[in-house]
Design a binder for this molecule. Structure first.
Ligand code: FAD
Ligand code: EUG
Length: 558
């Protein structure tokens, strides 16, 4: 295909014509090689699958399939390539959007916030484990290293180290950490367990954070040998500003790994009644803060665990969300021993240590009438979430949980993820708020509460049919209302899909939007041409403030 034909169906970013965009791509092809600059046609978008994720657009599109779409996919091979891309982006005022693996499914995948941005696919060629250190239990990785890839490299070298994987193991360790994602071993807080970054700034300069700023020519990295050991270094600590942000492209990151604790036991505690959520959460709080619950546990709705086992039509033929009676019926019939809510945790350490923790945990939860206690050995493996989580809670990357996204035909997921205190009253309020909206708008409530140290991540897993335009509009309207419901009640989201970024950023407006003023001040200082991921997390550069006005006033989504 000729160059001009390729450009014909390409999404134009703001401030561009086909000619100006073509000029940018010509220089990028000369820089990276034509094979590493793929021009995207909006006429042939393919949602593909989790196993082969598209880098061109959001496969789980809640808006139109071609709304959040890239103009090109760029594949740098080195930090120097990334610097050169950033410099060309400045020259051509081309918006670029970094992605590491692009499996951010449920939050937008690899898609950019601004239509026509060039997606920088860092993981395609920058995918090495640069260092793996057993005695000090850390890794230094590039963006393309997945949870599964890191796990396999550790096994290959026979090291007694664990990774900490989210529910699905195919994502990028670095990308998930930059979105402040969560896993389920004692190292579940991914930002909290990273150590040191290398970042290309929007002007093309590279910085290393923490001890990485101290040169040491005798080390293979060229930085001090404490780069992956001590996160803070000297002076202002910047790592946080490179997460959920548009202030830089991270090209290397350190990650702490958990030493094999020398013993492990996963468990499930099942609660019979919907109302048991309240007392369960009250019991969880003190156990978690005291460290008796050693990992990041989660308490999941029956609908989520049923959905892992099969599509909705296996449980009801009405074509409508499951009723409470249908859920009770399905739970009763299931061989997996789940309850209306099921709590998944694990014990770590030698048997004597585990026995002490288990006695405390079992004793505490036994106060809830009808609570039942299970180890994987007591439950048949078929369709059993406990068996999947037996792997996840020891850091084994798995893929089985992708199943629940097929609860409805052409199933797609969208996560709505507010934060609340760990209290029964708040969990009830969170659950009621989401459940009432789901009932009103005709969706199943599917959810999980992940327990951090002192907070709940309530993850509402909205499943919708991406081929049904009416259903998508209805879902989006419901989500807009849920953001406002939560903000009115004092809850804010920890992370979001592209389509809600502006609205959610608008709710974090204490003291006349002081936080957004700071964000924009930083943005304009670091990125005066506004080329780096404009609109990410609701932060728009100077050159896009007109776009921001349209978005915030509701006259345009992008
Ligand atoms: P990417 O898509 O590569 O990146 C994520 C974000 O970081 C993007 O916003 C991107 O712009 C930014 N970014 C990426 N690389 C860079 C870079 N180098 N520099 C600057 N910015 C960058 N998530 C969880 O956290 N926990 C879960 O338990 C979990 N369970 C899930 C279960 C299911 C069934 C599904 C469908 C999704 C789940 N997710 C979960 C969400 C998501 O799949 C993961 O978070 C996944 O790891 C994110 O994709 P990724 O790691 O490939 O990151
Ligand atoms: C999940 C958990 C998350 C998230 C997205 C999905 C799990 C779904 C705790 O964080 O952000 C079952």
């Amino acid at each position: 295909m000729s160059f001009s034909a390729e450009l014909k169906n390409c999404a134009l970013p703001p401030h561009h014509t086909q000619d100006t965009l073509g000029a940018a791509f010509t220089e990028l092809r000369a820089l990276l090689g034509p094979e590493n600059v793929e021009i995207v046609s909006t006429a042939s978008l393919d949602d593909k699958s989790y196993y082969d994720p598209p880098k061109t657009h959001d496969p789980f599109h809640i808006l139109g399939q071609d709304e959040l779409v890239a103009s090109a996919v760029l594949r740098p091979g080195s930090t120097e390539d990334v610097q050169a891309i950033v410099k060309l982006a400045n020259k051509h005022r081309l918006p670029i959007w970094p992605t590491s693996i692009g499996r951010n499914f449920g939050y937008g995948g690899a898609a950019p916030r601004v239509r026509g941005s060039a997606v920088v696919d860092l993981g395609a060629r920058m995918n090495k484990v640069l260092d793996l250190n057993e005695p000090n239990a850390f890794a230094l990785i590039e963006p393309g290293v997945t949870f599964l890839g890191l796990y396999e490299e550790i096994q290959r070298r026979g090291m007694k180290l664990w990774v900490d994987s989210p529910d699905l193991g195919g994502g990028s360790v670095l990308g998930n950490t930059l979105d402040r994602g969560v896993g389920y071993t004692p190292y579940g807080d991914h930002f909290g367990t990273h150590c040191g970054m290398e970042v290309v700034l929007p002007n093309g300069e590279v910085v290393r954070t923490g001890m990485g700023a101290l040169p040491d020519k005798n080390q293979p990295t060229g930085s001090a040998n404490t780069w992956q050991l001590f996160p803070y270094g000297f002076g202002p600590f910047h790592d946080g500003i490179f997460t959920q942000s548009n202030y830089g492209i991270v090209t290397k990151m350190g990650v702490w790994l958990m030493p094999d604790p020398g013993g492990y036991q996963a468990f499930m505690i099942s609660f019979q009644k919907d109302e048991d959520l309240h007392p369960a959460i009250e019991i969880i709080r003190p156990l978690r803060i005291a460290g008796i619950l050693q990992n990041t546990p989660s308490i999941r709705s029956a609908t989520l665990d049923l959905a892992v086992g099969g599509p909705r039509k296996d449980y009801s033929l009405t074509g409508k969300p499951l009723t409470s009676a249908e859920i009770d019926n399905a739970v009763a019939k299931s061989t997996t021993k789940i309850g209306r809510w099921s709590f998944y945790g694990a014990l770590y350490g030698p048997e004597a240590v585990r026995d002490v923790f288990w006695a405390a945990i079992k004793g505490a939860f036994s106060k809830i009438p009808g609570a039942t206690f299970h180890f994987p050995s007591d439950v048949p493996p078929e369709k059993s979430v406990l068996h999947i989580r037996e792997g996840t809670l020891r850091g084994l990357p798995t893929f089985t949980e992708l199943e629940w996204t097929n609860f409805v035909p052409n199933g797609s997921a969208f996560f709505f993820s507010p934060i609340s205190p760990v209290s029964g009253d708040h969990a009830d309020r969170q659950y009621k708020l989401a459940k009432d909206r789901c009932d009103e708008f005709g969706f199943d409530y599917i959810g999980t509460f992940t327990v951090g140290m002192r907070e709940l991540h309530h993850i509402v897993c909205l499943v919708f049919d991406r081929t049904n335009e009416e259903e998508k509009k209805r879902a989006y309207k419901m989500l807009n209302l849920m953001v406002q419901d939560c903000a009115d009640a004092g809850y804010g989201e920890y992370r979001t899909h592209l389509a809600l970024m502006d609205q959610i950023a608008g709710t974090y407006n204490w003291n006349d939007n002081a936080l957004m003023k700071l964000n924009e001040t930083l943005k304009d200082a670091l990125d005066p041409n506004g080329i780096m991921a404009p609109g990410k997390s609701g932060v728009w550069p100077q050159a896009y403030r007109e776009v921001k006005k349209r978005v915030v006033s509701g006259t345009s989504k992008i």
